[in-house]
Design a protein around this ligand. Structure first.
Ligand code: EPZ
Length: 423
């Protein structure tokens, strides 16, 4: 198990570049199979979830070249195969291939998706949308099978609940159907970037509030280039790092898509300024921030744990409520161990800011928990040990190296697997 040691309370200073968005890149790479011709993505994050998707595309006989932040995908030789590759069950986003395969092949066999353990994370909303589009699904063990059962045309598909993944998957799966209206959809900035790409490759899609209007027409051959939007969550992770530990300048920040969380920080008195695509965040104290996570444009659930660390050493009281996922409160037991004044009741947490946290040993459970633990370690007195810290690599490019470059004292302890013990 890989772990890190953080010698806390080092002053951080420097400039950090935000990379392309994980939650845009994942559906975009899957959507590239829907293009008629080559696709070149720019600003692709170098993260393990994308490496896993690239491995899947190569197993589907796509020609994929990934150099720096450029990803070239040629799906000319793509053919139908059961998606039973190990990478499919490692990440959540592999499920976008279901919608893509239903449009391309009218069928799909896939290992059930993996992803962060932040709740049950069912895919019932996806399956319900597929069924409304004429597909029948069945699960056998850890495999999911779908096949076209009836032809539909000129159909209205209503998603039963707000879901980022189900909205995109419903869109991917309807592109072989003549005329579709999708209702009750939820597209965050990342999903909107995917729609921009689908229109670039020739699909006729109109978006209105929480509705999608789609009209099928034949695609002409194109070579499409698409620059992926920058990562909102990575941006805010570095902003909070600056507010906790130093004086950071964050470049390539998608500020227009972060108005709500940035406004909360400003109103609480934190030393933060922003203009264009640059945010400056200085070590400062702010009043406790009360929030409830909600579907976009509400407060992003992916920032909840990070704001929890900030509130733990902020001024005064705060109440935070996680309303999207049922098991995303891991960080609060770690903060309690580190000396925070905290009370958790179900998905609600009551905090009272303390002056200082003390270093602890802990273990990351998911991507954003890993990020929150690292922030906690950076602002704790003593040496924090974090096991499974490398979960961070699923969604943050070069996070440890970038943080060390800004003055953090971090030791990486890779798992020393003993040589052949019999040898
Ligand atoms: C996407 O997850 C993101 N993942 C998540 O980011 C993000 O937290 C979430 O959207 C909300 O913004 C990716 O984009 C790969 P949902 P997704 O479907 O699509 C329930 C990160 O840290 N639900 O909007 O899975 C679900 O359990 C990750 O980057 C069903 O009940 O989110 C949750 O309670 C974590 N049935 C709620 O809906 C379904 O079929 C919202 O989930 C689907 C979802």
């Amino acid at each position: 198990m890989n772990s890190i040691k953080i010698h806390g309370n080092q002053p951080l200073k420097g400039v950090v570049q935000v990379h392309g968005s994980k939650n845009a890149a994942i559906p975009l790479v899957c959507a590239s199979l829907l293009a008629k011709g080559k696709v070149l993505f720019r600003n692709v994050p170098r993260i393990s979830d994308i490496d896993d998707l690239v491995a899947i595309l190569r197993k589907l006989d796509c020609n994929v070249r990934f150099k720096g932040h450029l990803l070239m995908i040629d799906n000319t030789n793509l053919k139908y195969k059961p998606l039973l590759f190990e990478e499919c069950s490692k990440i959540r986003g592999s499920y976008y291939l279901i919608g893509v395969f239903l449009t391309l092949f009218s069928k799909c066999e896939i290992l059930l998706p993996g992803g962060c353990k932040i709740g049950k994370r069912p895919i019932d909303l996806h399956l319900d949308a597929f069924e409304q589009l004429g597909f029948e699904s069945k699960t056998e063990g850890n495999k999911l099978f779908l096949v076209k059962k009836k032809e539909v045309t000129d159909v209205v598909v209503r998603l039963k609940n707000k879901s980022v993944g189900a909205s995109l998957n419903a869109l991917f799966s309807c592109l072989a159907t003549d005329q579709v209206i999708l209702e009750n959809t939820l597209f965050e900035p990342e999903g909107k970037d995917v729609i921009v790409f689908l229109k670039q490759i020739g699909y006729c899609i109109d978006v209105e509030e929480d509705r999608i209007y789609y009209k099928k027409k034949s695609l002409d051959f194109r070579f499409v280039k698409h620059a992926i939007i920058f990562d909102r969550m990575e941006t805010m992770t570095y902003v909070i790092m600056g507010l906790l530990c130093g004086n950071l300048t964050i470049q390539n920040a998608p500020i227009a898509d972060l108005q709500y969380p940035l406004e909360l920080l400003l109103q609480s008195g934190y030393q933060i300024s922003f203009t264009g695509t640059v945010i400056k965040a200085k070590k400062s104290k702010g009043k406790g921030i009360c929030l409830k996570t909600a579907p976009y444009p509400g407060f992003p659930t992916d920032l909840q744990a990070l704001f929890g660390v900030l509130n733990a050493v902020g001024e005064g009281e705060s109440v935070m409520e996680e309303c999207i996922f049922e098991n995303r409160m891991h960080i609060y037991s770690d903060l309690l161990k580190a000396g925070a004044s905290i009370r958790v009741e179900g998905n609600k947490v009551y905090l009272k800011g303390v002056n200082q946290l003390a270093a602890i040993s802990c273990q990351a459970c998911d991507l954003r928990h890993a990020a929150a633990l690292i922030l906690m370690g950076l602002c704790s007195t003593g040496t924090t040990v974090i096991e499974q810290y490398d979960l961070i690599e699923r969604g943050y490019e070069d996070f440890i190296r970038k943080t060390i470059a800004m003055g953090a004292e971090i030791e990486v302890l890779l798992n020393q697997v003993p040589n052949n013990v019999n040898g």
